[in-house]
Design a protein around this ligand. Structure first.
Ligand code: ATP
Ligand code: MG
Length: 591
């Protein structure tokens, strides 16, 4: 690539709309441009990085025996109705009708399409196992698209689906994908960790997420400091084992707490710790299973629900969503709370009329608390010495709160830490959640008809590039891992009008390409300063400067982008040096 003939529209200013570093740098480096919320064009250099990632993913998927295909993005609603997901998936599924009034959707994922394909073709155990994958744009109408490629509405995903004859074979397919994912993220040059995860709207029995460790992670991981337990906090289970307090029950008291609505304010006013208080939160729930909402209300239209957690805890909304089988759970706005209960936010509590208005679900921990403080269900009042069983009842007790750093490790009881991560891959053991309702069956060796056992495996290709930048950058720009850099070497020609300099730059450019390296030759008529700046910004791992030194001592300079190490070499040594450095960086992981 000659810089003068490429399209890399770098920016000097930091774009105001970008909140996180990867988004800022991808805009500044001319990798992406926004079309509309969560929808981006990938410009040539951004696309080059994406293609590098895709290539690694393809090689490792193929190595693991998976076969590439490409499925349609437009999917018929009727297929989604077979699994009940047309209703359940919620507003992330973009639905529309065509000119014949046929309902359709844009694929956010392809379980239904692949299951339909396979049920039509596979009849016998002899045709299994099968693992099929594609690399394709997905569309999810995310509620909060943000951070550029990190959470887009349209984004590129690799999705794979395995079909097996039984659980044991499905376990082997899962393990193969687990191993392939380890290789993929290692080859991409990323620091990552596999963690236990929630199965979310995909369903199925168990799953792992692959997390790139970076501070701007959208996910928080609970990691044990003693054993190898690591889980997304969305999933990290908390056992209901805490012993109930043995305090004797005291008499219920109603106290005036004027203007004290927040947990801290109430605790300070009453001189209690927040672990004595029960928070009552109202959630709006839509979609999914019936039966938890107020009788007679249609869950498609949504219903309100009260959730109780200890004052110093947070509701883990993914746990709540799973408990209810809901598509969306959202904290109700103050106005909605007042309209529903007649009580302003901050003074709600489970004692009295609330239970008549809506179901009440509580975190397990509530059952262990004695003589608590709750809102009195009346403006400016709280109740003290409230006790479950004596003063109020709940409809469901469940694990609903987010694991905290002072919780013991669910596996070994050891000390937990929390780290931030970005989810770049997710693998699921699905079992028969799709094959049973869709009747994807085969004949086993004894001629019996059985449902295929499935797994599904996603990788966020475009998100990987963003995650890589979150993990690898400095004040001057991106610091790409060699394996996914859009170019491995940039040659700066600092003497366009100097025949000798230009001849060396051109010859290096040709020779490095002959060696199979990807090279950008900066042949623009720009000041050296701006060439150096752009080379840093773009994050190309090796910079070769051909300038006036050539005429003095015959040397050119090679600089490593990551650590700033520079070496001076004669031009004829440079090709071997770069070739060796780059092969070493790639082979280290490739094995
Ligand atoms: P998240 O919890 O981040 O929304 P998810 O669990 O919905 O992710 P999956 O359905 O497992 O994601 O999709 C597979 C992979 O696709 C994810 O691991 C992630 O890397 C990527 N991905 C998912 N949603 C997005 C998005 N909105 N933008 C970019 N990549 C995404
Ligand atoms: Mg999602």
């Amino acid at each position: 690539m000659r810089y003068s003939q490429t399209f890399i529209p770098t920016l000097k200013e930091t774009p105001a709309e970008a909140e996180v570093i990867s988004h800022r740098l991808m805009l500044r480096a001319g990798f992406i441009r926004k079309l509309t919320a969560g929808v981006y064009s990938y410009l040539p250099f951004g696309l080059a990085a994406i293609r590098k990632v895709e290539q690694i993913v393809r090689e490792e998927m193929n190595r693991a025996g998976a076969l590439e295909l490409l499925m349609p993005m437009v999917q018929p609603a009727d297929l989604w109705r077979e699994t009940g997901r047309y209703e359940k998936y919620g507003p992330e599924l973009l639905r529309f009708t065509d000119r014949h009034d046929r309902e359709s959707c844009l694929g956010p994922t392809h379980e239904e399409v692949i299951t339909d394909l396979v049920r039509g073709e596979v009849r016998s155990y002899r045709q299994l196992p099968l693992n099929l994958y594609q690399i394709q744009s997905k569309f999810r109408d995310e509620i909060r698209p943000r951070f550029g490629l990190m959470r887009g509405r349209e984004f590129i995903m690799k999705d794979a689906y395995s079909f097996d004859v039984d659980d044991e074979q499905a376990g082997i397919s899962y393990q193969k994908m687990y191993a392939a994912y380890q290789r993929i993220f290692a080859r991409c040059g990323l620091q990552f960790r596999a963690v236990e995860a929630d199965s979310g709207s995909i369903g199925g029995s168990y799953s792992h997420e692959f997390m790139v460790l970076a501070k701007t992670g959208e996910d928080t991981l609970a990691v044990c400091q003693h054993c190898d337990y690591a889980a997304n906090v969305e999933k990290a289970a908390i056992k209901a084992t805490a012993d109930a307090s043995v305090e004797p029950l005291l008499a219920l008291v109603k106290i005036e707490t004027p203007g004290k609505r927040k947990v801290e304010a109430v605790c300070e006013f009453l001189g209690i710790k927040s672990d004595k208080l029960i928070k009552t939160l109202i959630y709006m729930v839509t979609g999914g299973a019936e039966g938890v909402g107020t009788a007679g209300e249609n869950s498609q239209q949504g219903y309100a629900l009260a959730v109780l957690v200890r004052g110093d805890r947070e509701v883990q909304e993914v746990k709540l969503k799973n408990l209810l089988g809901a598509a969306v759970v959202e904290l109700a706005e103050d106005k909605a709370v007042f309209d529903l209960t007649g009580v302003p936010t901050g003074y709600l509590g489970p004692v009295g009329a609330l239970g008549l208005k809506m179901k009440v679900v509580a975190d397990f921990e509530i059952a262990t608390m004695r003589n608590c403080v709750v809102g009195a269900g009346e403006k400016n009042f709280h109740l003290q010495n409230v006790n479950l069983g004596r003063d109020f009842e709940v409809d469901i007790l469940a694990d609903l709160r987010q694991i905290a750093e002072d919780d013991p490790c669910p596996h070994c009881g050891g000390v937990l830490g929390q780290i931030e991560g970005i989810e770049v891959g997710h693998i699921f053991k699905l079992g028969t959640v799709y094959s049973s309702p869709m009747r994807a069956v085969f004949q086993d060796q004894d001629g019996h008809e059985r449902p295929m056992i499935m797994g599904c495996y996603g990788i966020g290709i475009s998100r990987i590039v963003a995650a890589a930048i979150e993990q690898n950058h400095d004040d001057n720009g991106i610091v790409f891992p060699v394996a996914i850099a859009p170019a491995q070497v940039i040659i700066l020609n600092l003497g366009l009008k100097d025949g000798a300099i230009t001849a060396v730059a051109e010859s290096l450019y040709a020779q490095l390409q002959t060696q199979g390296l990807t090279v950008l030759l900066d042949d623009r008529d720009e000041r050296p300063g701006s060439k150096f700046k752009d080379a840093d910004l773009l994050g190309i791992p090796f910079r070769v400067t051909v300038g006036t030194r050539l005429g003095k001592d015959g040397m050119i300079e090679i600089r490593h982008r990551r650590d700033g190490l520079t070496v001076d070499l004669a031009p004829d040594q440079a090709v071997k040096y770069l070739h060796d450095q780059i092969s070493a960086a790639l082979n280290q992981i490739e094995g």
